[in-house]
Design a binder for this molecule. Structure first.
Ligand SMILES: *[C@@H]1O[C@H](CO)[C@@H](O)[C@H](O)[C@H]1NC(C)=O
Ligand SMILES: *[C@@H]1O[C@H](CO)[C@@H](O)[C@H](O)[C@H]1NC(C)=O
Ligand SMILES: *[C@@H]1O[C@H](CO)[C@@H](O)[C@H](O)[C@H]1NC(C)=O
Ligand SMILES: *[C@@H]1O[C@H](CO)[C@@H](O)[C@H](O)[C@H]1NC(C)=O
Ligand SMILES: *[C@@H]1O[C@H](CO)[C@@H](O)[C@H](O)[C@H]1NC(C)=O
Ligand SMILES: *[C@@H]1O[C@H](CO)[C@@H](O)[C@H](O)[C@H]1NC(C)=O
Ligand SMILES: *[C@@H]1O[C@H](CO)[C@@H](O)[C@H](O)[C@H]1NC(C)=O
Ligand SMILES: *[C@@H]1O[C@H](CO)[C@@H](O)[C@H](O)[C@H]1NC(C)=O
Ligand SMILES: *[C@@H]1O[C@H](CO)[C@@H](O)[C@H](O)[C@H]1NC(C)=O
Ligand SMILES: *[C@@H]1O[C@H](CO)[C@@H](O)[C@H](O)[C@H]1NC(C)=O
Ligand SMILES: *[C@@H]1O[C@H](CO)[C@@H](O)[C@H](O)[C@H]1NC(C)=O
Ligand SMILES: *[C@@H]1O[C@H](CO)[C@@H](O)[C@H](O)[C@H]1NC(C)=O
Length: 611
């Protein structure tokens, strides 16, 4: 990334100054985090990232900096682009890896991750062969509000996976270093027992936001839709129809995906088949089934993680293959992607129609909420260095759960979904988000007691897309008009808006992973690897206030474990030899799984503690 400045374009300077007075007091209870695309709003291609996007990312500054006044641009340390997610920590590339983060001011490493044998930190692409190495450190970051609102900035300490190396390898022999990191908005001490305090908790403690919460809609960078990341609140206009709510356990919402279908919201039916409906077949993946059972889901559903850290949509097969049967796509095994046949006449008519992939989620009350991801958004672009010339692709991947028991809905999905979390009530919200033609921003503060959010009318979904769905009528062929399906029927049957929490799966995976590693290593490593600085931090008030950290180094993870996890102990597969074998990454380089902790290696607490 080049020199990015948090400076509004000079051409806007006068306007900004004019508006500043009226904006100044507007947002004392929330903090709006800018996206890369907000920094140079006159340039439509600035702030876009690939090579599988285009994506836009949130920005913050590494290091602890101050801003003299609202009227001065923020300058100082490097501004880094980070994909927002519910992960428990930040991931950034260090200067050693060609990134922007100089970790010279960081605390001593809490834990080092080398590339050989302990590569548990891969969080990028479940479809990719991703290797990283680095260390968990704590360092200062500066959040900056770019809109002339108070507060103009905020300093916080972040738990950071500082990557000395990060490379994604493709089957065709190419590779690249992802330049965008991850902004983990979750609490480090949830699930992982990482050191540190969540960023939103710190902003709340500073009195800058009302609750420890955030509302996120990544939006569609390709269509110039602004991203929305509000700490302490959310934008009402980003939420349409019914909202699925999830109770977080250890910070993790358990989100069940019960069905996936293909349908049309409004306008012409663009597919050759006269009817498609469900493309879901459940899964025979034993880890997936065990995880659903452990969390008391319905047989035939799977647990999914709405995770902004990963680009694609990763589902149990043959869901994507079933979708592909109806789409002008071909699977390119050298790349590992479905590519659109852009010459096929049905390509444009599908991508510009009101057709969508519907993801039916079941929330904590077993209420179905459907998140519709228009095919308009599933026309993403592969670019250099993956391919030589820009190539349109369909971001759906049939994958096994990699022995993790869950699948992921990444940014391709989150373009069309709202994700919010209130850590004060341990509630996660997932809902349909609008298309690019959305209403004026209305920012709500989330209160510490809030367990619901306000949403707009269901039919505003079609309204928000109408200008972009140009193949709505019989212009090209086939049938015509808005007859396909009365909206009402769809709304009742399943249009209902889906809920997906960016946090959930990541936490689950972490949880799986951490339980095992912690069991083996915690007692030793907490003492031996912590530097003096970390030890001092642990003794500080900030850390003492966190019950999990206060509980000390013993085995707090197991004590915090939700009781239903114990069910995972039962599947008769817990021979000690199996606990060791499947998780050695160097022995199983083929597994692109992000988290190596297999479901079945949940040993009993006693067994883990012996290790
Ligand atoms: C717009 O941004 C792109 C990407 O950063 C850059 O290559 C291009 O030069 C910019 N255009 C102008 C007019 O500044
Ligand atoms: C690192 O610490 C030094 C001394 O405290 C300070 O001057 C410098 O600005 C810090 N660098 C960053 C990136 O925070
Ligand atoms: C990182 O910061 C240290 C201390 O400020 C400095 O000596 C070093 O040159 C910096 N490294 C890079 C690559 O900027
Ligand atoms: C990363 O780089 C730092 C600074 O050179 C070094 O201290 C650390 O050992 C490296 N970590 C790994 C995992 O290579
Ligand atoms: C970050 O942590 C250090 C060490 O505990 C502390 O001195 C500093 O005040 C913290 N900064 C913020 C913004 O909380
Ligand atoms: C939320 O979860 C955390 C642990 O993740 C727990 O410490 C806290 O008490 C919970 N709060 C509520 C209101 O349930
Ligand atoms: C939820 O969706 C699933 C899959 O489409 C369906 O089988 C189930 O009946 C629905 N449940 C409710 C309560 O509508
Ligand atoms: C769960 O569903 C699978 C097929 O999806 C089926 O083979 C299995 O028998 C079911 N299990 C139970 C307990 O119903
Ligand atoms: C649909 O049918 C048309 C005409 O036969 C054909 O050209 C097109 O490739 C078909 N599309 C798909 C996705 O099979
Ligand atoms: C698919 O996306 C590419 C890149 O944004 C765009 O050029 C193309 O027009 C899109 N295809 C359709 C049918 O809209
Ligand atoms: C905009 O708000 C109006 C009034 O609430 C609503 O009727 C309309 O559906 C909304 N449109 C969109 C695209 O959200
Ligand atoms: C992943 O990439 C590394 C480095 O190119 C290679 O050694 C390894 O075999 C690859 N693994 C798979 C499964 O392709």
């Amino acid at each position: 990334m080049g020199a990015m400045t948090l400076n509004l374009s000079a051409a806007l300077g006068a306007l900004v100054t004019l508006l500043a007075a009226s904006f100044t007091d507007a947002a004392t209870e929330v903090f709006q985090v800018p996206f890369t695309t907000d920094l140079d709003v006159l340039n439509a291609t600035a702030g876009l990232y690939g090579p599988d996007g285009p994506w836009q990312a949130a920005v913050l500054m590494m290091g602890t900096w101050k801003r003299a006044s609202l009227y001065e641009p923020m300058d100082g340390g490097p501004v880094v682009p980070l994909y927002p997610s519910g992960l428990n920590f930040l991931q950034v590339l260090t200067t050693e890896a060609g990134g922007e983060y100089n970790r010279s001011n960081a605390s001593a490493p809490y834990k080092e991750y080398g590339n050989s044998g302990d590569n548990t930190m891969r969080l990028i692409d479940l479809n990719a062969n991703h290797s990283t190495e680095g260390a968990i450190v704590i360092d200062g970051v500066t959040l900056v509000n770019n809109r002339m609102e108070l507060p103009g900035y905020s300093n916080a300490n972040a738990t950071i996976y500082a990557m000395n190396a990060s490379t994604i390898h493709f089957p065709n022999g190419r590779s690249y270093v992802p330049e965008v990191g991850t902004l983990g908005l979750g609490r480090p001490f949830d699930v992982l027992e990482l050191p540190g305090t969540g960023i939103v908790d710190q902003l709340k403690a500073q009195g800058l936001i009302t609750s420890s919460s955030f509302g996120l809609h990544i939006g569609s960078a390709a269509f110039g839709q602004r991203g929305s990341l509000i700490l302490g609140g959310y934008e009402e206009n980003r939420i349409i129809g019914p909202v699925a709510t999830f109770k977080n356990v250890l910070g993790v919402p358990v989100v069940f995906l019960v069905d996936v279908n293909i349908d049309v919201e409004i306008g012409r039916w663009p597919f050759n088949a006269s009817e498609i409906g469900s493309i879901w077949e459940g899964t025979t993946d034993e880890y997936g089934q065990a995880a659903v059972k452990a969390y008391s889901g319905k047989n035939g559903s799977v647990i999914i993680d709405p995770n902004g850290a990963v680009p694609g949509i990763y589902l149990p097969g043959p869901t994507c293959a079933n979708a592909a049967k109806h789409l002008p796509v071909r699977y390119d095994s050298a790349l590992g992607y479905y590519l659109w046949n852009t010459d096929d006449p049905t390509y444009a008519s599908i991508v510009r129609s009101g057709a969508y992939m519907g993801f039916i989620l079941s929330d904590s009350d077993a209420k179905n909420v459907t998140i519709k991801v228009p095919f308009t958004l599933l026309n993403l672009t592969l670019d250099s260095p993956i391919v030589d010339t820009p190539t349109s692709y369909f971001p759906c991947h049939d994958v096994t759960s990699q022995q993790n028991g869950y699948w992921e809905l990444g940014r391709a999905f989150l373009q069309a979904a709202f994700l919010g979390v209130n850590y004060d009530t341990n509630t996660t919200f997932i809902a349909q988000a609008p298309g690019p033609n959305m209403n004026q921003s209305v920012v709500h503060t989330l209160k510490p007691s809030d367990t619901s959010v306000v949403s707009g009318p269901v039919d505003s979904f079609a309204e928000s897309w109408r200008p972009y769905w140009t193949a709505l009528d019989a212009a090209s062929s086939a049938t015509s008009t808005d007859t396909k399906k009365p909206l009402g029927a769809a709304a009742i049957g399943g249009i209902v808006i889906g809920v997906i929490a960016g946090l959930a799966l990541a936490l689950l995976g972490w949880f799986f992973w951490w339980r095992r590693r912690a069991a083996r290593a915690l007692a030793v490593e907490m003492d031996s690897q912590e530097g003096e600085e970390m030890a001092a931090k642990r003794d500080s008030k900030e850390y003492r206030d966190m019950p999990e950290m206060g509980a000390g180094q013993a085995y707090p993870v197991y004590e915090l474990g939700p009781s239903n996890v114990a069910e995972l102990d039962s599947p008769g597969k817990l021979a000690v030899s199996e606990l060791d074998s499947p998780v050695k990454i160097n022995e199983a380089p083929g597994s692109p799984g992000v988290y190596e902790m297999p479901v079945h290696s949940f040993a009993s607490r006693e067994e883990l503690m012996k290790r």
